[in-house]
Ligand binder design. Structure first.
Ligand SMILES: [Zn+2]
Length: 226
């Protein structure tokens, strides 16, 4: 499975494999009024074992998953999808850098590796918290950024648009985003005002914003560190 988006210079930006499922999940979240983050668990062959998403903006979700509250994050829900099964040794791909809740959930579930596509300036560096505990030193997954080029811009901008729409930019979190990447905040603010966007499928939505997305640089991990 793959998704291909024509960019302004004629270059196709292609997304393959398990990442397609993660980005489709994230897009479903945005369309339904949640924050646009999707996650998949993969086995050692890279096959998708489970996929889920942020459900914070929806009133209800499937049994056993979180929805309609601030804890309904993609990584928590994809782990919850396994029920009593143990994801030990699996990899988790998430479209956005894990927050403290999700980094903790991955440690608790013994996920071996986490890759994220887009940087979340508000939580950048949170993976270093595991050094405070000898148990977490042993249990915490290896968390790393996967530079997916154009798609990493999308992965960062769309959930940020949801955060801006829902919470605004006042306060410490908003200042953190602005300090890390003001151009990204400006783009996300424009996306937040695009009322027609949630009606489009993923490819059409990306194509609609492709030119502007291609002009914005991703936030690099570590740039937003205090
Ligand atoms: Zn989270």
């Amino acid at each position: 499975m793959s998704v291909s988006v024509p960019l302004m210079d004629g270059v196709e930006s292609r997304l393959d494999g398990a990442w397609v499922a993660a980005f489709e999940q994230a897009w479903t979240s945005h369309r339904l009024g949640s924050i646009a983050v999707g996650a998949v668990l993969t086995d050692s062959d890279g096959a998708v074992v489970a996929a889920d998403r942020n459900r914070a903006g929806e009133s209800e979700g499937p049994p056993g998953l979180l929805a309609g509250n601030r804890l309904a994050h993609a990584e928590v829900n994809v782990i919850a999808r396994l029920g009593q099964a143990h994801p030990e040794g699996m990899s988790l791909l998430t479209t956005l850098q894990p927050c403290v809740l999700c980094a903790g959930a991955c440690s608790y579930a013994r996920v071996a590796r986490v890759e994220y596509a887009g940087v979340d300036a508000a939580w950048d560096g949170v993976e270093q918290l595991h050094q405070a505990s000898p148990v977490l030193v042993e249990r915490a997954p290896a968390i790393s950024w996967r530079d997916l080029g154009f798609w990493s811009v999308w992965a960062e901008a769309v959930p940020l648009s949801g955060v801006i729409r829902r919470y605004g930019l006042d306060g410490r979190v908003g200042r953190t985003y602005l300090a890390a990447n003001a151009a990204m905040v400006d783009l996300a603010t424009q996306i937040a005002g695009d009322e027609a966007l949630p009606r489009l499928d993923l490819e059409a939505a990306v194509a609609r914003w492709a030119e502007r997305l291609a002009r914005v640089a991703v936030t690099m991990p570590g740039e937003s560190a205090p």
